[in-house]
Design a protein around this ligand. Sequence first.
Ligand SMILES: Cc1ncc(COP(=O)(O)O)c(C=O)c1O
Length: 365
Amino acid sequence: MIRLSKSVIGKEEVSAVTNVLKKGFLGMGEEVQQFEQLLSDRFCRPVICVNTGTAALQLALQGCGIGVGDEVLVQSLTYLASFQAISASGASPIACEVNTENLTIDLGDAQKRLTKQTKAIMPVHYSGNPGDLDAIYSFAKKNNLRVIEDAAHAFGSLYKNKQIGSFGDICCFSFDGIKNITSGEGGAIITNDQSVIDRVKDLRLLSVSKDSDNRYKNQRSWDFDVVEQGWRYHMSNIMAAIGIEQLKKFNSFQEKRKVLSSLYKQFLSGVSGIELLHIDYTEITPHIFVIKVKSGRRDLLKIGLENCGIQTGMHYKPNHLLKYYSSNSLPLTEKLYNEILTLPLHPDLMESDIAFICEKIKNIL
Ligand SMILES: Cc1ncc(COP(=O)(O)O)c(C=O)c1O
């Protein structure tokens, strides 16, 4: 079976975790501070690590004071996590259409959904591509909105030669098991807004005031105060130890993801019945490789590939079709949902695997 995605873990991660286990400080401590420092050096901005990308998004919203009664614009075609993070903050996700060429948020559609309650926009960097971020930031400025970038797919991507995460309002990454780097599970919030940093730093530790500084020294606070609802969302030393090792390997992971995606592009360009997303792999570090299959043949191709031992996926079921988030129909998103197919992509794949997969696609179609 050629897997759709997988964690790529070596002896370095095993030994780093073993060292943490031997030291006996498994929770949040020195390793978390070290991982945050490495990320902060990379992006030249403050970074706070948490236990998932979903938690990062939720805390980013709460950190901006967004909650009950507020609305957040977000594309419907995203992982459930983007929607759940918004509703967990108390705000309402407002489902928007996407641009067909790259599946990032359609600002024309978002414009129509603005109300007095709209407080933020959450652009999702689908498959690692931030789309037209300049347009998103000018839309936000014009309408007085915070921007919380869901960059779960985009670790390592560039926008106009700048790293995603190194600029903009608030950027959130995910380090779950199959992301561009992993810490087992995990996430990060990156922003220059010191008030957001100070708030999320406490929020992740049940809102215990200034507990992070004690935790970094493998200690904890005994006498403290709490001024708002917090969450048990901190990262652990075990997770951070994995993340530190993955960061060292990132350049090779990145190169492999780019090479494999460029090969897919080369082999599948011009194949009748298939459309590729418009993505420039010199800038983008892809997390997933998604194609559009035309003429109602997506399911046929999916089954055909599975019969050849090739796992595929569908990123994603649109959230406005879920009972909990149901809203008016989004015709473009619903059409795309019937066309999208995700092909295998992870650094352990070989170039010959991509050639094999593309050959099977051509045969089946
Ligand atoms: C687009 C998107 N947003 C948010 C998340 C949430 O990240 P996590 O799984 O780390 O909670 C994911 C993770 O898969 C994702 O793909």
